[in-house]
Design a binder for this molecule. Structure first.
Ligand code: ASP
Ligand code: MG
Length: 427
């Protein structure tokens, strides 16, 4: 008997029939003696439909007034799916009650369309659980200090679920989705990719930040902060499969630093096609240059990822970094018109045809030569590396976009990720 949170994504809630299936699955868990809190997304396509309606009425006008209404609008998707699920559960003979973000309340800041959760009052949830009810809480939304409805950004229901799990002290947060777990890499690129039975929270954070779309990155950050165990699993198994089998399926994101278990050196390969590279050529190699370039970029609210500064020749150097592709034009313009003239830089060039490929693994902490094995593998494929960045458990390279799939496949093979892991974590 435990306190459990289930989160169901839009596809899992995609039709009334699927909602009835979700209800049957939740009822199975409830009948097994668990206290259940369920956080659903809107029915698939609904959030897109609502946001498109707004743009049909009037084009987006950046600013608080418009964004507030977008949140007011988009939050209805989850209100509807939550009520439907409560009705389906009642039809299963259970007592169920649904709450919106403001009814709980889930308090957030007022950054409309990308609000952050600040606190959750769990009194009402606990009272209903104590009364034997299944409690359903809308994903994706909350309320700010002034009483306005807010939303947490696309994919935000993951974060709602993990935050609720943290607030009520749930034993586990199960994220039911249309894939059956976290894979060594995207199976659409590498068919031999394997599902990981477990992955450490730190590895998951790296994978999520580098384009693995399974979980919203903020939900992983939340899980890390409050040490909420998350399991990603499929909602497409028959609802009546054995509960213990279901409870062990998918991928568990763990916090155990199990010293006795030999960690796989590399757990996964992530990639990201959303970045672009910018190089400022021929800047004087003097103190303050990085600050003058990147300070201006940061002031324009542009996030910078990989950075390199080359050694100087005749007192001049080249300075490169990557930004999101959507920010390329704006950043180039800023550098060309405002920064380069001040610095006396020779030229500013942009390249959108790049991608970032990363190997991720906790085992890298204790194994040497992992990065060089990556570089050798890429060189054997004739792939030129343009930039490199590393962290304790990750090595990333920036390469020409046209070699992305080749690089991911070669690295997957190089680190034997297509091989099963034995009980000691070895491949
Ligand atoms: N319904 C919202 C979206 O589509 C939130 C979610 O599904 O996680 O982004
Ligand atoms: Mg999602």
């Amino acid at each position: 008997m435990a306190l459990i949170v289930h989160k169901y994504g839009g596809t899992s809630m995609g039709s009334t029939e699927r909602i009835r299936n979700v209800a049957k699955r939740v009822a199975k868990w409830h009948r097994a003696g668990h206290q259940m809190v369920v956080v659903p997304s809107a029915m698939s396509g609904e959030t897109n439909r609502l946001l498109a309606l707004a743009k049909e009425v009037a084009p987006e006008k950046p600013g608080t007034a418009y964004y507030r209404e977008l949140d007011q609008l988009a939050a209805t998707g989850e209100q509807a799916s939550s009520a439907l699920l409560a009705i389906a559960l009642q039809a299963e003979g259970l007592e169920a009650v649904s709450f919106t973000g403001w009814q709980v309340p889930i308090r957030t800041n007022d950054a409309y369309t990308k609000a952050r959760i600040e606190s959750i009052d769990d009194a009402r949830i606990q009272a209903e659980l104590a009364a034997g009810k299944v409690v359903i809480i809308t994903g994706f939304q909350g309320i700010d200090a002034a009483g306005n409805v807010t939303t947490l950004g696309r994919g935000g229901s993951d974060t709602s679920a993990v935050a609720v799990a943290a607030a009520i002290g749930a034993a586990e947060c199960l994220i039911y989705t249309d894939v059956d777990g976290v894979y060594t890499t995207d199976p659409r690129i590498v068919p031999e990719a394997r599902r990981l039975e477990r992955i450490s929270f730190e590895e998951m954070l790296e994978m999520a930040s580098m384009g693995s779309k399974v979980l919203q990155i903020r939900s992983v950050e939340f899980a890390g902060k409050y040490r909420v165990p998350i399991r990603v699993l499929s909602s497409f198994t028959p609802w009546d499969i054995d509960l213990n089998e279901e409870a062990r399926s998918g991928t568990l994101i763990t916090f155990e630093d199990d010293e006795s278990m030999e960690q796989a050196v590399v757990s996964g390969i992530a990639f990201n096609r959303d970045e672009a590279k910018i190089t400022v050529l021929g800047v004087p190699d003097t103190p303050g240059i990085a600050y003058q370039i990147l300070g201006a970029v940061a002031d324009a609210n542009v996030e910078v990822d990989v950075i390199i500064q080359n050694i100087s020749k005749d007192g001049k150097t080249d300075f490169s970094f990557t930004v999101h592709r959507n920010d390329l034009a704006k950043t180039l313009d800023l550098l060309k018109t405002q920064v380069a003239p001040k610095l006396g830089a020779a030229e500013v060039v942009g390249d959108a045809k790049i991608c970032k490929v990363s190997i991720v693994g906790i085992g890298m902490r204790s194994h040497v030569g992992v990065a060089s094995r990556m570089f050798r593998c890429l060189s054997e494929e004739g792939i030129n590396i343009q930039m490199i960045s590393t962290s304790e458990i990750k090595t990333s390279v920036v390469i020409d976009e046209k070699y992305m799939e080749l690089a991911v496949r070669a690295l997957h093979r190089e680190f034997d990720l297509d091989q099963p892991v034995d009980s000691l974590g070895n491949r």
